[in-house]
Design a protein around this ligand. Structure first.
Ligand code: ADP
Length: 435
């Protein structure tokens, strides 16, 4: 016996799981070890690896059929002594003869007789062999080689088909690769174009803008003649408009510098609550004018973060400006800050127009706006006054440079929005350089 436990090892080859379980259920309680294989090739491999005491097999098997397995086993000096038993159906006399001719030592008829099955296997193990029947071995071998040729032809056809499909896929992949290369080039070109526009906006517009601001200021101060009240009001509105354009140009320039990592940050360790208070103080008056209820739920203890204070203040100002602009008069804003797992968190929740799930993912992309950008109010902090869709990109870029990030959540349109950010927590006396 091959098995160390002295129990005889039966290798059962059958593609059907149910039959495998049944044979195992019958033989194991009778003191056999049972190993199974699901196809002819696997069966031959297991026979070589395990050298079982007996092999039991179906004739109809995937890849190499039962006759092929038997012939292979009987042709190998290390395995030829193993009794091979074929499971065939009662009336399939031809199959039985072919199995015996191919070298099988016994036949067990299906359906399996549960009471006699184990006894039959024991007999075969003890050396009993099937009586030879009158069979025409030459005819059987001829049939077998014909069936091998058929199997081979079928396999070749399958391989050719797989090859054709592969060639088709290769062409598809090549095509997709070429398209992605082209898209990549287009993207690079568009990006270059964007950079050029930004450069033109920042450099070429700034000079005439400063001139216009300067001249309007000269006029406004009455330096080239008296200015009446009506003219003064017109000049004030014009200067305010130019001021907004100027800060937009600054913001676009910042974005480009963040992208190219060219912002000259001045890192310090500061209390996030204090930086927020500074930004908030600039918005108090507008919150009052718009009758917006503001709830402050900031942590009592200082929240030390390492950051560029001015940049962080601009992040808060941007969030406050958005919350103010996208919340109706009489709405509510809640600012919270807290520490969690070594991170300083801050959130600003509003009861405003909210956002769809699709927009939540995109609002941090530059120049992205949820609403039609042509629908703009001219005021600064009125409901639905918008910029040009770069504020949040700026916030995200800055926070990521400082080791943090920001995200938005909303239960949907008209259900309010919450913007949450975090920065790594540091010690108050932490060295700025090593932080
Ligand atoms: P913008 O300057 O146009 O406001 P932002 O980058 O700050 O650009 O915001 C991008 C878009 O995100 C806005 O156009 C707006 O549609 C949406 N958004 C930002 N904040 C809010 C908010 N608090 N509530 C609803 N939508 C918001």
């Amino acid at each position: 016996m091959t098995s160390t436990s002295q129990k005889p090892l039966v290798l059962y080859i059958d593609g059907n799981d149910f039959n495998q379980r049944l044979v195992r259920k019958i033989l194991e309680p009778e003191g056999f070890l049972v190993e199974s294989a699901g196809d002819g090739l696997q069966g031959i491999k297991k026979a070589i690896d395990l050298v079982p005491d007996l092999m039991l097999l179906e004739l109809n098997l995937p890849y190499v059929d039962g006759l092929g397995v038997t012939m292979k086993v009987k042709s190998m000096p290390s395995l030829e002594h193993i009794p091979v038993v074929a499971l065939t159906s009662k009336r399939a006399r031809d199959d039985q003869e072919r199995a015996l001719a191919s070298g099988c030592d016994g036949i067990v008829e299906k359906p399996i007789d549960v009471h006699r099955f184990a006894g039959r296997i024991k007999e075969l193990l003890e050396g009993r062999r099937e009586g030879h029947r009158a069979i025409n071995k030459t005819q059987m071998l001829r049939d077998f080689s014909a069936s091998l040729v058929d199997q081979l032809r079928e396999k070749v056809e399958q391989l050719e088909q797989a090859n054709r499909e592969l060639a088709g896929r290769k062409a598809e992949i090549k095509d997709a690769y070429e398209r992605s290369q082209k898209a990549n080039l287009d993207l690079k070109r568009i990006n270059k174009l964007k950079e050029n526009i930004i450069a033109i906006t920042s450099h070429e517009l700034r000079t005439p803008l400063s001139l216009a601001v300067g001249y309007l200021d000269v006029l406004n101060r009455g330096m080239v003649g008296t200015v009446n009240e009506e003219q003064q009001e017109l000049l004030r509105v014009s200067l305010e408009g130019l001021g907004r354009i100027s800060s937009l140009i600054d913001r676009i320039g910042d974005l480009s510098r963040i992208e190219k990592k060219k912002i000259p940050y001045e890192f310090k360790v500061v209390d996030l609550n204090q930086v927020f208070h500074r930004a908030y103080s600039g918005y108090k008056i507008f919150l009052q004018l718009r009758a917006i209820d503001f709830q402050l739920e900031l942590s009592k203890e200082p929240l030390w973060v390492r950051c560029d204070e001015n940049m962080l203040e601009q992040v808060f100002a941007n969030l406050l400006k958005n919350a103010l602009c996208y919340t109706r008069d009489g709405g509510k804003l809640t600012a919270k800050s807290w520490i969690d797992s070594g991170r300083i968190h801050f959130s600003l929740q509003d009861t405003g127009i909210g956002m769809s799930a699709e927009d939540l993912d995109q609002i941090f992309e530059d120049f992205y706006q949820v609403h039609d950008h042509t629908y703009h109010k001219t005021g600064t902090f009125e409901f639905m006054t918008r910029g040009i869709g770069v504020g949040l990109t700026f916030c995200k870029g800055i926070l990521e440079e400082m080791g943090g990030t920001i995200w938005a959540s909303s239960d949907g349109l008209d259900k309010g929005s919450t913007f949450t950010l975090y920065l790594p927590q540091v010690e108050q006396n932490e060295s700025v350089a090593t932080a």
